[in-house]
Design a binder for this molecule. Structure first.
Ligand code: SF4
Ligand code: SF4
Length: 284
């Protein structure tokens, strides 16, 4: 739930890294069900958020207006979901006029101090207190580096919730570079761009399975989910060293040649990052 907006990160010395609303260039609404619509493409989601934000600003003055708002959103929008068991909250919207940050329209910081999250599906306490697993499993340095690299809500939300993708990226870069790059290194435009190209694979991966029940490494079968796997034996090859990344990217390969090309793509993206990082280190 993309609640707890807006205590922005205080800077590199702050022990807590705020992933939900990190800075004015981006934010995440993944646990409010943002990516769980049948059409969760960028344009479709942006239009959905734009329309409901406008309606909210025009019609909601207090909690008494929320039932009408909720009904209107449900009547106007295509409510089909990818996974029935995951709730899609109608109160996610754009939080700023430039449409750079997504989050909770009911949050007190959006309503002159009035907290209206009591009406939500999860209730105010859950909306306010939820921290997704990325808070625990992604290290502080990795979090800060991702915040330097990405500045787009759609890609950011898809990546920051993908723990394997983030951790594998930094593991491979660190192994090849001999150290974990300091997050501030990613302020270098060329390094940031190379890293962005890697994370951009999350949205533009040529081997991405379009199976409706896939979500990254997870597969859903009605009410339950399980972690997918790639049958390398059936493809006639060894398990790839990029297996975790392939699963995060929702890969489906048709033959070993696919696997080989996919490995080359990942290897090249990592190498681009490492090469630029080494240039920077050598230069200083
Ligand atoms: S009310 Fe909805 S949008 Fe707001 S934090 Fe809760 S789930 Fe997210
Ligand atoms: S998925 Fe995680 S980072 Fe995203 S809004 Fe929810 S708690 Fe915050």
């Amino acid at each position: 739930m993309a609640r707890k907006p807006l205590s922005l990160n205080d800077g590199p010395e702050s022990p807590f890294v705020h992933l939900c609303q990190p800075d004015p260039s981006k934010s995440c609404g993944a646990c409010c069900g943002l990516y769980n619509y049948a059409d969760s493409g960028r344009e479709a989601l942006a239009a959905r958020l734009r329309n409901r934000t406008r309606l909210f600003r025009e019609t909601v003055r207090g909690p008494e207006d929320l039932p009408r708002f909720s009904e209107a959103v449900k009547a106007r929008e295509d409510g089909r979901k990818r996974y029935e068991v995951i709730h899609c909250c109608e109160y996610v919207g754009f939080l700023d006029g430039q449409e750079k940050t997504v989050g909770c329209l009911l949050h007190p910081m959006q309503n002159a101090g009035l907290d209206m999250r009591d009406v939500s599906f999860y209730g105010r306490e859950l909306c306010d207190g939820h921290f997704c697993p990325s808070y625990s499993y992604i290290s502080r340095a990795e979090k800060l580096a991702v915040l330097e690299i990405l500045d787009d809500w759609y890609l950011y939300g898809a990546c920051i919730t993908d723990i394997d993708l983030v951790k594998e990226f930094f593991r491979l870069v660190s192994e090849a570079a001999g150290e974990m790059p300091a997050p501030s290194r990613f302020r270098d435009p060329a390094l940031r761009e190379a890293a962005r190209r890697f994370f951009g694979l999350k949205l533009a991966w040529p081997y991405r399975s379009e199976a409706a029940n896939r979500f990254g490494k997870y597969s859903f079968d009605g009410t339950d989910y399980f972690i997918d796997s790639i049958d390398y034996g059936a493809l006639g090859c060894e398990k790839s060293r990029f297996d975790r990344i392939f699963l995060s990217l929702q890969s489906a390969f048709k033959d070993r040649e696919d696997v080989r090309k996919a490995e080359e793509t990942i290897r090249q993206h990592i190498e681009d990052v490492v090469d630029r990082y080494k240039e920077l280190v050598d230069f200083h």
